[in-house]
Ligand binder design. Structure first.
Ligand SMILES: Nc1ncnc2c1ncn2[C@@H]1O[C@H](COP(=O)(O)OP(=O)(O)O)[C@@H](O)[C@H]1O
Ligand SMILES: [Mg+2]
Length: 371
């Protein structure tokens, strides 16, 4: 029998989406075939500590970390191993635990989906699922992502960006600038956000002041965006490397006035419509736009591109890209593939294959001129 592929599944993390990540990882682990993969579970605590153990996910779910060992991945290609850190009277000892052929970072949001973990994996020269450093960081940054999309003549909603310092020191000036160029209502968002944390829809002056102050807690840069009136929320899953394929479209029917944290995770009343009821010609245009957005940021493996579609018209806008979208079996990303004929277990396997393919592509790159 061929050697098993050694896969590290990383979950948890320091972001507000720690718990969502545990749910995603539970689904991924449930379909990884133990006959094909040697699986190492690696959890990252809210404080950023890496812990490993055969039942690390279960321990994280119970928030009982005592049975787990601290672990570390060194940023050195020669030592692309996961090490266990053992305490000894003489100091910490690194014990080689396992090589990793591929890592699946099942992490959402900051310090996981934003290129930081991807940077470590690049330095360690390990294959990993999903976009690289550039795609991850651009995908996470709502302003830079929009600039890339806009520069390529794809539709995005008008927006402005301010720093936290501007908001703290010149609130009236900031509000005046917004009111001079965008009609109410507007959306205020931390630039690097997810799960709608720190996002508000502001209908007037006092709302706006409150929204800006709230968002400024979550990021150093704040984006203010014109609201698309009567917006339908359309999402497309992408899979592939250089030639990404788009899934069928899905639509979110949020249970709140917009798709808030509460509507996403708490009240359980939002609905997903799959496939979305969109005319085939328009659906095709949206899929093509999603594929372009994916390639423009040099994304790899997977992503979900979200759109705002003006109800009753053909006018749509690229809203955002999620390079590690919610990844449970019942998340939009996976459901769209299931409806497109690719069930969850096959999806996970394809992502691992794509990660290995991308790594072997990168292995052909020379990093310096040969003498
Ligand atoms: N310009 C907009 N017009 C209408 N609704 C919007 C707009 N921007 C955001 N929203 C609403 O806010 C939600 C969260 O915004 P989004 O940019 O997707 O942030 P997150 O990364 O937190 O998901 C969207 O799903 C949508 O319901
Ligand atoms: Mg969103």
């Amino acid at each position: 029998m061929a050697d098993k592929i050694r896969i590290g599944v990383i979950f948890g993390g320091r972001s507000g989406e720690h718990e969502v990540s545990l749910l995603s990882a539970r689904s991924v682990l449930s379909v990884l075939d133990p006959a094909a993969y040697e699986i190492t579970q690696i959890g990252i605590t809210n404080e950023g500590i890496w812990l490993t153990g055969p039942s690390a996910l279960e321990a994280f779910e119970k928030k009982q970390y005592d049975s787990l060992s601290p672990a570390i991945l060194l940023p050195e290609p020669q030592n692309a191993m996961l090490y266990r850190i053992r305490k000894s009277p003489a100091g910490d000892i690194l014990e080689p635990l396992t090589h990793l052929d591929v890592v699946f970072p099942v992490l959402h949001g900051t310090f996981g989906e934003d290129g930081t973990v991807q940077g470590l994996l690049e330095l360690a020269d390990v294959a990993y699922v999903g976009g690289g450093v550039l795609a991850s960081s651009v995908g996470m940054d709502k302003v830079v992502f929009k600039e890339v999309i806009r520069a390529n003549n794809l539709p995005v909603v008008a927006s402005l960006v301010f720093t936290r310092r501007q908001i703290e020191t010149s609130m009236l000036d900031v509000v005046a600038q917004i009111e001079a160029s965008l009609p109410y209502p507007v959306f205020v968002k931390p630039v690097n956000s997810g799960s709608s944390v720190g996002i508000s829809k502001c209908a007037g002056h006092s709302d706006l002041v409150e929204g800006l102050m709230d968002a400024a807690q979550y990021d150093r840069r704040i984006m203010v965006e014109a609201a698309v009136k009567n917006a339908r929320e359309i999402e497309v899953s992408l899979l592939g490397n250089e030639h990404p394929k788009a899934s069928v479209l899905g639509e979110v029917l949020p249970s709140d006035e917009f798709y808030t944290y509460n509507a996403k995770y708490i009240d359980n009343k939002s609905e997903l419509v799959i496939p979305a009821r969109v005319e085939p010609e328009l659906a095709r245009r949206i899929q093509k736009t999603a594929e372009k957005a994916f390639s423009l940021i040099d994304c790899a493996g997977m992503a979900r591109v979200d759109f705002l579609l003006e109800r009753g018209t053909d006018t749509f806008y690229v809203s955002e890209i999620n390079t590690i979208p919610g990844f449970t079996e019942i998340s939009m990303y996976a459901k769209l593939w299931d409806a497109s004929g690719l069930p969850y277990a096959g999806l996970v396997k394809q992502l691992i294959d794509l990660a290995l393919e991308r790594k072997s592509d990168r292995d052909h790159t020379k990093y310096r001129r040969e003498a």
